[in-house]
Structure formats: C-alpha cells, structure tokens
Write a protein that binds this ligand. Structure first.
Ligand code: GMT
Length: 381
C-alpha cells in the first residue's frame, strides 16, 4: 500500500506514535510518505520505503497568521496525486483531519482517510466552542476514526457527538528500542554520570511540562518519599511549568535531590536508570511515556486520569491514585520500594502485560487491517 502520514513533528506522543507506525509499515513493505512541516522527531529516514515531504510555511506580511493548515492541505493533495496514495493517516482531528479532507477534495482522488485522536484535540480543544464544529467535521469526514484509549473515545462521543463510529486502538511501544537490555549496566553508568550513589532509588518523570501534567504533585510525592528512602527525582523535558517546578523544589528544600535533565533525545537511558516512573496528570488520553518506561523496567505510579488507568493495572502492574493525591502516591512508592519481592512481581507482571496488550506487532497489525479495509482488501480489525 501507499500510505501518507501527517502529524506534528515535534517531541510528543502523537508524533512519536505516527513516526513509529510509519517505520513499522515501511518495514512491512508499504511505501510510506510523511507529509509534515518538519522531519518528525525520532524519524531515522534511512529506510528505502520512507519518503519525507516537508511543507514550506511562508510567513507573508499581508497575513496576520502563517497559513499552516492550507499549505499543508495543498502539499498533501500534491503527494496524493504524484504518488497515487491509497490511504492518508491524519494524527489529530484538528487541524490534520480537516487538512486531509480538504486535500482529498483538491486532489480529486478517492484516497481513504484514517484519523487518530490523541487527546489534546478532544480533551482541551473539545471544550473550545469555536473549534467543536471543526473537530466534528474532521471526524465525520474521515473514513475511519480511532482513539488511543477507551477513555478518549468516550470523551469524544460525549463532547463532540460525532456521527462517525470511533474505534479504540491503543498506542504501542517500540520494544526493539525500549527494553530492559543492559538495564543494570546503563543504570550504573547513568548514576555515575549524574553523581547519584549506586544504592539510591531513582524516581523519574518526563513530559512537555504543561500545567495538565501536574508536576508539582510529582515533586510533592517525591518529597514524602525522600523523607523515608534514599532517593532522587529525575525530571526530563522542558516546558511552560518549568520555573514554577524549580521554585517548588527550592521551597521544599529538595535542590540536592532533584535533577533537571532538560530535553533529551535518548530518553531510554533515563528510563533504564529509574525504579519508579511517575505520571500524575489531570488529563492524559494514554501516556505513551508510561509504556516506554515500563518496558524499560520502571514500575509506574499514575493518576486515574483518562487512559492512564487503561495502561496501569492497579495493584498488579503499578499503582493508581486520584488526581492530586500526591500523599497517597508517596505512600504507594514507599510501599513498593521497601519490598523488593513485591517490586519484582510488579515488574514481571507489567512486562508480560505490555507484551500481551501493547506489543507493536499487535497494534500495527490493527492499523494495517484498517488500511486494507479502506482499499477494499480484507481487513479483520
Ligand atoms: O502529552 C502531551 O502533551 C503530548 C500529546 C501529543 O500531542 O503528542 O500527547 C497525547 O498523545 C499521546 C500519543 O497518543 C498520548 O500518549 C498522550 O497521553 C496525549 N496527551 C494528552 O492526552 C495530554
């Protein structure tokens, strides 16, 4: 098949999933065309089946805003025609599904449109009445719509009320890269590099430091753990909340115990050094970083927000707490860090659960089957 993919190319779960999916499809022999404003983060474009088409978004002084959506739609339509695409896969309803629909009209070709909803397009934009019609249009005008969690699907149905059926297709982990190989060696090396004693426990979080990630809660949970257990907190990433997080760390007197690692291209090394991965968001449609960290051996503690409770099985593969309940999160972390055999049980159960539910083969086959349905070949998804 010839597949076009449009996503936000910057660091973020939706771009990562779109990129990984494209890579896996290329490995399966499909011809993949990324049509994006930049080369997607994590895309190693060396595969012969991968093509990249970048849009040039010119900033004309006559326009108040650069015309991203229109330029992108125009580019997608050109690629549809030039490469005779069978399917285009749009990540995000707004703007990308809408761009895809426009592109199909411009191209005058009956290309199939798959749209995947990732979260912010629904859980944040869905509350913005000025965008609801566009989101509904993007969903209804796509041929197949998927959401990355059951929770996101339900929220979309209730907030947007689309006519289109939505199928849940969970995210997957690239297990060739995110796995426990050399965990002990990498852990030791990273601890030395960051001046952490070998016996010290490591708690970790990574994100784009948006307010919805509630990183203050992570710092507060860590505060109580640190009072009981020799531990450090490693924060990877950057974003709008960084200053207020730094302030809180100072107020709580944790400067020597919190490492701000900034943005990292190889986040795997950080997962491998971690004992606990924390995701305390108030909105989170899935939490891809959880899956990556878990497959590298870090036991997760998260909130019940959105899809997090579909990823973590409470008291089996990790712990769930209510949104904002950092005190309970701290207690749970202490419980598991103080009981090595319990920790090991959680770790082996979570690895098994990921193999069963979130393996790339399972999920990529689902998408492949959806594409096949669209081009009239049998698909059993
Ligand atoms: O988490 C973010 O802020 C980034 C955002 C994105 O657009 O990349 O992530 C969303 O999509 C990911 C991939 O499906 C999900 O794992 C994240 O949970 C989701 N983020 C939110 O729902 C806040």
């Amino acid at each position: 098949m010839k597949i076009g993919i449009t996503c936000y190319p910057s660091v973020g779960g939706s771009g990562i999933i779109a990129t990984e999916l494209g890579i896996q499809m290329a490995r399966r022999g499909h011809e993949v065309h990324f049509i994006t404003s930049n080369v997607p983060f994590r895309l190693d474009a060396n595969h012969p089946n991968i093509n990249i088409h970048q849009t040039d978004i010119n900033d004309y002084s006559v326009f108040r805003y650069p015309p991203y959506d229109i330029t992108l739609a125009s580019k997608i339509s050109e690629v549809i025609v030039e490469y005779d695409l069978d399917v285009i896969h749009m990540h995000y309803a707004v703007p990308h599904a809408v761009c895809g629909i426009l592109a199909r009209q411009m191209a005058k070709k009956d290309v199939g449109i798959v749209t995947t909803l990732h979260g912010t397009d629904i859980t944040v934009l869905g509350y913005d009445m000025s965008l609801v019609s566009a989101i509904r249009f993007g969903i209804n005008g796509s041929d197949i719509v998927t959401a990355v969690s059951e929770s996101l699907k339900k929220q979309t149905l209730s907030l947007i009320e689309p006519e289109k059926e939505i199928q849940t297709v969970h995210n997957f982990v690239d297990e060739e890269y995110f796995n426990m190989t050399d965990r002990d060696a990498v852990k030791a090396e990273m601890k030395t590099r960051y001046g952490i004693r070998q016996q010290t426990k490591v708690l970790m979080h990574t994100s784009n430091f948006r307010k919805i990630k509630r990183i203050d809660d992570i710092v507060r949970a860590f505060h109580s753990v640190h009072g009981r257990i020799d531990s450090v907190l490693v924060l990877v990433g950057d974003g709008p909340e960084m200053n207020s997080v730094r302030m809180l760390v100072k107020t709580l007197g944790l400067q020597d115990a919190v490492i701000f690692a900034g943005q990292q291209t190889d986040v795997r090394r950080f997962y491998l050094m971690s004992d606990i991965f924390l995701l305390m968001s108030e909105k989170e449609s899935f939490g891809l970083a959880l899956l990556e960290a878990m497959n590298c051996g870090a036991v997760p503690v998260g909130t019940v927000a959105g899809g997090i409770s579909e990823v973590i099985q409470h008291e089996r593969t990790g712990y769930l707490v209510e949104i904002g309940d950092y005190a309970r999160a701290g207690e749970r972390i202490i419980d598991i860090l103080e009981d090595e055999s319990l920790y090991n049980e959680f770790q082996s159960r979570m690895l098994e659960d990921i193999r069963r539910r979130f393996h790339s083969d399972v999920i990529v086959s689902k998408y492949e089957s959806l594409y096949r349905q669209l081009i009239g070949e049998d698909g059993d998804a």
